[in-house]
Unconditional design. Sequence first.
Length: 134
Amino acid sequence: IVHSYTSFFEYECCGDPVAVNDVLDVDHIPMDRRDTAICDLMPLDWYVGHHALGGPDDPGTRSRVRVKRLWEVYLHYRFDLARDAYVPIPGPGSPRAVPAMRFGAWDDDMAVAGADYRPTSPQGWIMRLEQFGS
């Protein structure tokens, strides 16, 4: 059993919605532990995606898996003046168990959100995966 994270754009851009009990062939790389806002939610093993995950010449590793559980991920953001961008705050995010991915454009109201921003659409999904091979 492994736990993976995927950002909303990976599936909304290039994938089909995933549901509990689906069998998938996924491309993955080790989860970047520096992404503390995501890793604080639960221990994560992989980042799953549809794009060049390890760089232009490295698509990552492909594994066949069954989705055992699925969570939508909601993060809390603060505006960082030095970066002139919203950045996730480690710790206060929350996962919500769901039977299937729900697609919907991520909130575009960040420009008027103020110093704090709590999106109403998921920023991604955590999947508990049973691995059949690698």
